[in-house]
Design a protein around this ligand. Structure first.
Ligand code: ZN
Length: 210
C-alpha cells in the first residue's frame, strides 16, 4: 500500500513508480481531486498513479502487527492533508502540515487556510500523546525532519504570528507590494532564509477574502 499525505508533486509525483508494485494507493478524497485537477492543468495525466482508496475523516487498518490510521482535521496546507499515525510505533507522519523552521507553502488554490491550519494542529496535539514522534514534510537548513509535540506547537505559534503580523501591517496601511518585502516574521526568528513571502501573501489574501 502506498499512502499520499497530500497531492503536491513532491509527495505524489513518484506514485507512478509504484504502479504494479502496490495493491492500493490511499489518500484523503480532496488529495485525489487535487491531484487529478493538477495533472489535467499540467497535461501530465499519463504520469499519474491516482489513489484508488480515499477517506473523509478517519481511516484505520491493521497491517501486520501495526495499525495505521489516517486523520483529516480540516483545511491546512491544502484541503486534503492527512496525519498518518503508526499506532504501535507511535509515529505520526505530518506530510506538509508541519514545516519545521522553514517557511511553508500555503496552497490557497487547493483550499489552504492558515486560521484553520492552527486548529488542525490543535486537534493533532489532542489526538496524539507526549511520546509521539513526528515526521515533517520539510525542515529549514540545520533543522531535522523529525521531532516532538513541542515542534508542532512552535510551528503553530509561527502560523499565529504570520496572521498577527499581517493584520498589523494591513492596519498600518501598507500596500501588498510593500508588505511582501518583509523577510522575517516577528516572534518567529528561527524561520530564516527564503520564502517568507509565501505565507505572508497567503495571509494577506486570506484576511482580504470575505
Ligand atoms: Zn505540499
Amino acid at each position: 500500500m502506498l499512502i499520499n499525505t497530500h497531492h503536491h508533486g513532491d509527495h505524489s509525483g513518484g506514485n507512478i513508480s509504484f504502479k504494479g508494485l502496490v495493491e492500493h494507493v490511499l489518500a484523503h478524497e480532496n488529495s485525489k481531486k487535487n491531484q487529478e485537477a493538477g495533472a489535467i492543468k499540467n497535461k501530465s495525466e499519463d504520469k499519474q498513479l491516482y489513489p484508488d482508496q480515499t477517506y473523509t475523516n478517519v481511516w484505520c487498518q491493521k497491517v501486520g502487527k501495526e495499525k495505521i490510521c489516517l486523520y483529516y482535521f480540516g483545511a491546512g496546507h491544502t484541503n486534503g492533508d492527512s496525519f498518518v499515525h503508526f499506532e504501535r510505533a507511535n509515529i505520526v507522519h505530518c506530510g506538509d502540515l508541519v514545516f519545521n523552521r522553514r517557511h511553508p507553502y500555503v496552497d490557497r488554490g487547493a483550499g489552504a487556510n492558515i486560521k484553520s491550519w492552527i486548529q488542525v494542529l490543535d486537534k493533532a496535539l489532542q489526538k496524539f500523546d507526549k511520546d509521539t514522534q513526528y515526521i515533517f514534510g520539510h525542515a529549514g537548513t540545520g533543522y531535522k525532519v523529525t521531532g516532538t509535540a513541542d515542534d508542532l506547537k512552535i510551528f503553530q505559534e509561527y502560523l499565529g504570528n504570520v496572521l498577527k503580523f499581517t493584520e498589523a501591517e494591513i492596519k498600518a496601511g501598507k500596500t501588498k507590494e510593500e508588505f511582501l518585502k518583509n523577510k522575517m516574521i516577528p516572534g518567529s526568528d528561527e524561520w530564516k532564509g527564503d520564502g517568507a513571502s509565501r505565507p505572508l501573501e497567503a495571509a494577506w489574501d486570506e484576511l482580504h477574502a470575505k
